[in-house]
Design a protein around this ligand. Structure first.
Ligand code: DXP
Length: 266
């Protein structure tokens, strides 16, 4: 057992445990083969699927996304991408539960507008309440507002997923301070979801103390998605280890790296 595995515990979400802290999406790939190869290389165990945009068996004559991410191997995380109000999001989760034989772990996202894809927190709060009452385990995409995050946690969401920046923007973490406020007070896992552009963004999220990272565009839109998937896996592991190791203090002045004791004074 290595030092870091002794220090670390698996990621636990709604009673399920995972060794990988990288969650990936399935959209925007050139084709199913590329998606499968990148997802495999990422080492992700949780893979999110947009129920309204993917064939999970609703259309028996078309390729089924689950053929490349079999539920026997992956935890499928149905998401409500494309929903702009609570009612549509709740219906989408209920459809996913039917298609996936009673699977009740979902990623809720209720968006404010097409332009920003920013979460509509009022509709998100309303949908989360309905879904939790209906027996779902809700991982929730939200803004980086710590008060909203606290509300979502206290109503029973099993993971809080604040954005790093706008979905698909690749701008990285625009407000690390707000993310830290959420992380420092949450008692459920906090995962940055959206806006990751490259490996250092994912590492930074983990160094802040996030429990995981969910991303899609940074891998799917890299020129070499499989290579970027590997980089993301390594970045999440490196960031997690750096957080576990607890970084050295920042100092304003230099301190010599070589030993000063026993020095021969000329
Ligand atoms: C895949 C998913 O669930 C989305 O929330 C989103 O696509 C992730 O954001 P990026 O594509 O910016 O990584």
């Amino acid at each position: 057992m290595t030092e870091s595995t002794r220090l670390d515990a698996p990621l636990t979400i709604a009673g399920r445990t995972f060794n990988s802290r990288l969650l990936v999406g399935t959209g925007k790939y050139r084709d199913f083969d590329q998606a499968r190869d990148a997802i495999t290389e990422s080492g992700a165990e949780i893979v999110t699927v947009a129920v309204r945009r993917s064939n999970l068996g609703q259309n028996p004559d078309e390729p089924n996304l689950l053929d490349i991410i079999p539920p026997t191997r992956y935890t499928i995380l149905p998401n409500t991408a494309g929903c702009f109000n609570a009612r549509d999001a709740v219906r989408t989760c209920q459809l996913a539960r039917e298609l996936l034989d009673g699977h009740n772990l979902v990623k809720l996202e209720v968006l404010g507008d097409e332009h920003t894809l920013y979460p509509n927190v009022m509709e998100t709060l309303s949908a989360a309440r309905t879904l939790i009452d209906d027996g779902f385990d809700v991982m929730v995409y939200t803004s980086d507002d710590p008060i909203v995050a606290r509300e979502l946690e206290s109503m029973g969401c099993c993971a809080i997923m604040p954005l790093g920046s706008l979905i698909g923007s690749g701008q990285g973490l625009l407000n690390p301070h707000s993310l830290s406020l959420i992380i420092d007070h949450a008692r459920v896992p906090v995962l940055v979801d959206a806006g990751i552009g490259t490996a250092s963004d994912a590492a930074l999220a983990m160094e802040l103390g996030c429990d995981g990272v969910l991303l899609n565009s940074a891998i799917a839109h890299a020129r070499q998605p499989v290579v970027m998937a590997r980089a993301m896996r390594q970045a999440v592991e490196a960031g997690r280890n750096a957080w576990l190791a607890e970084r050295m203090p920042r100092r304003t002045l230099a301190r010599a790296s070589s030993p000063t004791e026993g020095r021969i004074n000329a």
